[in-house]
Write a protein that binds this ligand. Structure first.
Ligand SMILES: *Cc1c(COP(=O)(O)O)cnc(C)c1O
Length: 392
């Protein structure tokens, strides 16, 4: 089918929930994607932080094919080796004590919220179920995670929302204390707000937050759906903040392109969700788990150090272009935000870059770059050349 035919068929039969760019993607190799007519794009999006190993990565495809031939799915009423091994590796590399596997970020955050409320219920009974989240955050699209998201624009249409969330400005302990209370059981944060605009939390703030949580027996919940799995230059972002969450969620990059997510919990939270309290049919699917094992195998400490180095190179190179439409860059590792100068619209700039052959994302009022973690210097330079040509 041609790009035009695929666009028309999509518009005819798929619900119009996405504001799509007018590009059809057919296949990819490394950090390059191609449309059905063979037009090449440099990809600085990795499917919104998902395809960390890029496209056409043979060990990933081979592991998936082998596992699919062996066993494609079995219910969680039985045991499987890929999920067990994956949980072991995640725990050993984070110091956490147990995993729960699910399928998407919003779903993992639902489980995280259930875990926090049950932890508190088990210890203190009812009436201590409120979770404080941060303004400008993003935690998902379910009825509950929309409400956990600290942006009023998301609290619309789908009333009634789940109760029990209050919001505080990021990086402001006074604001947090102002919404504290006897009814609180947890604080939920992204260490680098992703959808909100690639805004890293301050280290001092996170340390103070962690201390307050410990004092009041509030759980420190970290949403690493976007920051996790190597994106920021360590396996998880919390490892650069000098704090340990009570529980965290991961999703996007975990299986390199297959749908998978999960929760990691510490000692005090590992047994909170006992038999019958939480479940999902597909969670820990052996094919997804086999793909995730390849991802974690690839993300060695040396590889992660390179991610940090590549992130520095890309940011410095963008700043060196001195494009009139861009302001300062920010972020961690290969999670990069770029401010857009007054008078420019991020959506318009994204359209022009994509039209020029470079796929990019927006976030908040700025631009966001999430290249595959395997991106090469040549691919970065080719993307930078497009940026220079299109935006100078
Ligand atoms: C993408 C994202 C989610 C939602 O994940 P889905 O897989 O789309 O449900 C939640 N939290 C953060 C921080 C995200 O970036």
């Amino acid at each position: 089918m041609t790009s035009e035919e695929i666009r028309a068929l999509t518009q005819q039969y798929i619900m119009p929930t996405y504001g799509r760019f007018p590009v059809v993607i057919d296949h990819g190799q490394g950090s390059r994607l191609y449309d059905p007519e063979g037009r090449e794009y440099i990809d600085f999006t990795s499917g919104i932080g998902v395809c960390d190993l890029g496209y056409g990565y043979a060990p990933w495809a081979d592991a998936i094919a082998a596992q699919a031939r062996k066993l494609g799915h079995v219910s969680n009423l039985f045991y499987t080796e890929p999920a067990a091994k994956l949980a072991e590796i995640l725990c050993k590399r984070t110091g956490m004590r147990a995993a729960f596997f699910a399928n998407g970020g919003g779903e993992a955050n639902e489980g995280l919220i259930k875990l926090a409320r049950k932890y508190s219920f088990d210890r203190y009974g009812q009436g201590r179920a409120t979770i404080i989240s941060l303004k400008n955050s993003f935690h998902g699209r379910t009825i509950t995670t929309l409400k956990a998201t600290g942006q009023e624009v998301f609290h619309n249409y789908f009333f009634p929302f789940t109760e029990g969330f209050r919001y505080a400005d990021a990086n402001d302990m006074d604001a947090l204390n102002a919404v504290a209370g006897e009814d609180v059981c947890a604080v939920l944060v992204e260490l680098v707000q992703g959808e909100g605009g690639v805004l890293p939390l301050d280290k001092d703030y996170v340390a103070a937050l962690s201390k307050l949580c410990a004092e009041r027996d509030w759980l420190l919940l970290v949403d690493e759906v976007q920051t996790g799995v190597g994106r920021t230059g360590t396996l998880f972002a919390f490892q650069q903040y000098g704090v340990t969450p009570d529980a965290l969620t991961f999703a996007k990059g975990i299986a390199g392109g297959l749908p998978m997510s999960g929760i990691l919990a510490n000692e005090k939270c590992r047994d909170v969700l006992g038999p019958g309290t939480h479940a999902t049919t597909f969670g820990g699917n052996p094919v997804c788990a086999a793909a995730a094992l390849v991802v974690l195998d690839t993300l060695s400490d040396a590889f992660l150090a390179e991610v940090a180095e590549k992130g520095r190179y890309l940011r410095e190179s963008i700043e060196a272009l001195q494009l009139p439409c861009f302001g300062a860059t920010r972020g961690m590792g290969l999670m990069i935000g770029i401010s857009v100068a007054d008078g420019y619209s991020n959506r318009e700039l994204a359209n022009r870059l994509i039209d020029g052959g470079l796929l990019v994302l927006t976030a908040g009022a700025g631009m966001r770059l999430l290249p595959p973690l395997v991106v090469t210097k040549q691919e970065m330079d080719d993307g930078l050349a497009i940026m220079k040509k299109v935006l100078s």
